[in-house]
Design a protein around this ligand. Structure first.
Ligand code: SAM
Ligand code: SF4
Length: 335
């Protein structure tokens, strides 16, 4: 058995205290950058983690140093046993947060409040209703916006995730930032990333540099404030002077932040992924069901974690379809 404190530390000295658990592979939207046009082959129900298994596996991580858990998916709020999952995880005394498309927030807000889940990342890629339909293939714009306001009225801490795609929503960067004048939210512009079946190509990606150029062309330099990065940051953060909210840029492609990575992912079918970009998976669920110890497997997964983006150190490597398509679709990883 490996000593507890080393289980979650990789060969580069990075300590992984942040576990992101995907609860489900299904979704009530079909965002084209996430869900392949033909859908994905879903795991059989019997090979998905139950609420009890999620708790037991998460507990092993917590015993070894995890103190932050984020629930994601697919759409995590689609899990019928979401209340039970939260009730169990809350016994672990870690911070719990969720990433959601927001559609089912009103149905779950009481449970979120009951268990003090305050940090919500809500995905919204456009402020134009027709474009919402184009990118998600569903007509739910009003619902998401209503639920965003519902959360704000109840003083949740909201980050709005915006995946930027050239020619689609890069003309809304300033509009999103203007939302932060009166709303205490953080907008996070995310560089479009390649995953199996999402038709990524480099020319569709809006880079950190291009985002900042738009910002600098619009706002005077004296108005733009650079904020201190959070510990283990993914977003480089800015704000416009006197605005209530802020904005950040998640530049996984053009300016990765792997040096400070503290994240490890557990898929809905119980596989560890040591990096979003990695196709390597370690099966914890089968080991758990066989009564085996999980620590050695977790340590093994982290010992194989590469320094930068699963070994894709350059943009040219990320751009290589042989490398970038050899991974799950995002919907089955959990962002
Ligand atoms: N359904 C939830 C939601 O949309 O927030 C949670 C799961 S979703 C996979 C998590 C995050 O991944 C979302 O903010 C989504 O925008 C982001 N995402 C999905 N595909 C992406 C891609 N190809 N590049 C960058 N971000 C992506
Ligand atoms: Fe569903 Fe979220 Fe993927 Fe959109 S980004 S398809 S809401 S999992």
């Amino acid at each position: 058995m490996i000593a507890n404190k080393t289980v979650l530390t990789d060969d580069f000295g990075r300590k992984h205290n942040y576990l992101r658990i995907s609860l489900i592979e299904k979704c009530n939207l079909r965002c084209t950058y996430c869900m392949p046009a033909d859908g994905i082959a879903l795991s059989p129900k019997a090979s998905l983690m139950t609420a009890d298994e999620i708790f037991a596996i998460a507990k092993t991580f917590v015993n070894n140093g995890v103190d932050k858990i984020r629930l994601t998916g697919g759409e995590p709020l689609l899990r019928k046993d979401f209340p039970e999952i939260i009730a169990q995880l809350s016994k672990l005394n870690t911070e719990i947060s969720i990433t959601t498309n927001g559609i089912l927030i009103d149905k779950h807000i009481a449970i979120l409040k009951q268990y003090n889940i305050k940090k919500i990342n809500l995905s919204l890629d456009t402020l134009v209703p027709e474009k919402f339909q184009t990118i998600t293939l569903r007509n739910q714009f009003e619902k998401v916006l209503d639920n965003l306001h519902l959360l704000l009225n109840q003083e949740f801490k909201i980050k709005v995730n915006v995946v930027l795609i050239k020619g689609f929503n890069d003309n809304e960067i300033i509009d999103f930032i203007k939302l932060t004048e009166f709303l205490p939210i953080s907008i996070r512009f995310i560089e479009f990333m390649p995953f199996a079946g999402n038709d990524w190509d480099r020319s569709k990606m809006v880079s950190q540099h291009e985002i900042l150029q738009q910002v600098q062309n619009h706002f005077p330099a004296t108005e733009l404030e650079t904020l201190e990065n959070e510990k283990n940051f993914t977003a480089r953060e800015y704000k416009i002077k006197n605005y209530l909210g802020s904005f950040g840029i998640i530049s996984s492609i053009t300016n990765p932040f792997c040096d400070g990575c503290n994240r490890i992912r557990l898929t809905a079918n119980g596989k560890i992924k040591n990096c979003l970009f990695s196709n390597a998976e370690t099966d914890l669920l089968t080991a758990y069901r066989n009564g085996e110890s999980l620590e050695n497997l977790i340590a093994f997964a982290l010992q194989n974690k590469k320094k930068i983006r699963a070994g894709m150190e350059t943009i040219d490597a990320v751009n290589n379809p042989v490398l970038n398509q050899d991974n799950r679709s995002m919907i089955a990883i959990g962002g």
